[in-house]
Design a protein around this ligand. Structure first.
Ligand code: ZN
Length: 384
């Protein structure tokens, strides 16, 4: 099952639990779906202040409307109109089947939530699938931001991936430093700094000295619906010194990047990622649009990181490089791999062993991540 759907189910399960705890006092007393020109207009009598949350699925094209704390007392089946093939209340959410990609506009009229569902472009729909819509009846609507966006549980999730671990020590430095220890120390510090900033939640793929296969690291981030994925390394490359940042590419940008990717991918016997099979043409296009967006998001994060690192630490020339790193292959999560330095270089090894240097490096990465999130949120707000 695709991770997005797993995530959605988990989220909806939680919403159902919360509404149960809240006592489910509010109720949906009427639901109407009518045609309006080429669009469909869905009106739900919810009551002033009721919270709603809309998610979009790509395969099949479908909207899911959840109404935390509301009981459904309206018709449980609505026949199709315009781009809506039909809608049904499944006991937990309103499932709105679509005939293709749509644009959705939400508004309130009194205590009624009105969704205008119009035929739309695929890239807009891919955006909707990525961020969703939510709001309160009578209040503002936000893309991807639930009503209580500032609550810690609703902040975007950044997954940090300390490279190697357990039976895989990674590179051994000139003076015997194990890469797996440096990556974990840096990830722990970066987590502390990011959390102190209050803009995101942070999880580590490992917080102990354990081995995790590469696809396990990717799946960790996908299952939790991460907004960003950052893998931290300090490998070896004869003659190379300084920090560098890598994004995914089928073709390596240079021999060093190719070799780094190959070494790391080999560290994992299970390497590679099993993507869910995608057959119908429309699904393929939607999927590739999401990937394209992910690629742009990854490149932007890499650029922010290079700019920010460049102001505080030594960089490897041509600092942003590309290669086929298996750990960067989540199709929907912008991902970068940071080589914080090379343990094969005596000076890098000495620096990376110092907590003060790692903190400095993490301040640069924190600033890059926060810059990226700020830009991302601004983009989503203008899209909504
Ligand atoms: Zn490494």
């Amino acid at each position: 099952m695709p991770a997005r759907r797993q995530l959605l189910r988990a989220g909806l399960g939680l919403a159902a639990t919360l509404s149960f705890i809240a006592g489910a006092e509010a109720a949906v007393t009427s639901a109407r779906l009518v045609r309006d020109g080429r669009a469909a207009r869905l009106s739900l009598a919810l009551g002033q202040g009721a919270e709603w949350r809309l998610s979009a699925l790509l395969r099949p094209a479908r909207l899911l409307l959840s109404l935390p704390g509301n009981t459904w007392r309206a018709a449980t089946r609505l026949s199709g109109a315009g781009p809506v093939a039909g809608a049904r209340w499944d006991g937990r959410q309103l499932v709105i089947d679509l005939t293709g990609a749509v644009d959705v506009r939400a508004s309130s009229q009194g205590g009624t939530l009105v969704l205008e569902i119009a035929p739309g472009g695929m890239s807009g729909y891919a955006n909707l699938a990525r961020s969703g819509l939510s709001g309160r009846v009578g209040g503002a609507t936000a893309a991807g931001r639930p009503a209580a966006a500032s609550a810690p549980g609703n902040r975007p999730l950044v997954v940090l991936d300390p490279g190697h671990g357990g039976k895989d020590p990674g590179t051994i430095g000139v003076r015997g430093t194990q890469e797996k220890r440096i990556t974990l120390a840096a990830a722990t510090e970066l987590k502390r700094q990011l959390e102190a900033g209050g803009r995101c939640r942070v999880m580590l793929t490992r917080s102990r000295d354990v081995f995790i296969p590469l696809d396990g690291r990717v799946e960790f981030a996908r299952k939790r619906g991460a907004t960003l994925f950052i893998s931290l390394h300090a490998d070896s490359a004869p003659g190379a010194r300084g920090a560098s940042v890598y994004t995914l590419s089928d073709r390596a940008s240079d021999a060093l990047s190719a070799r780094l990717a190959q070494t790391q991918n080999n560290a994992d016997a299970a390497g590679g990622l099993k993507l869910p099979p995608v057959s119908p043409e429309v699904e393929r296009i939607l999927f590739s649009l999401v990937r394209q967006e992910t690629k742009i998001g990854s490149a932007r994060l890499a650029q922010f990181a290079v700019d920010s690192l460049g102001r505080s630490v030594t960089l490897l020339p041509n600092t942003h490089r590309q290669a086929a790193f298996a750990v960067l292959k989540a199709p929907e999560i912008p991902s970068v791999l940071v080589e914080m330095g090379f343990l094969s270089d005596r000076r890098d090894e000495a620096s990376l062993n110092r907590a003060a240097y790692r903190a400095q490096l993490c301040r640069a990465l924190t600033s890059a991540v926060n810059g990226w999130l700020e830009r991302h949120e601004a983009g989503m707000a203008s899209a909504g």
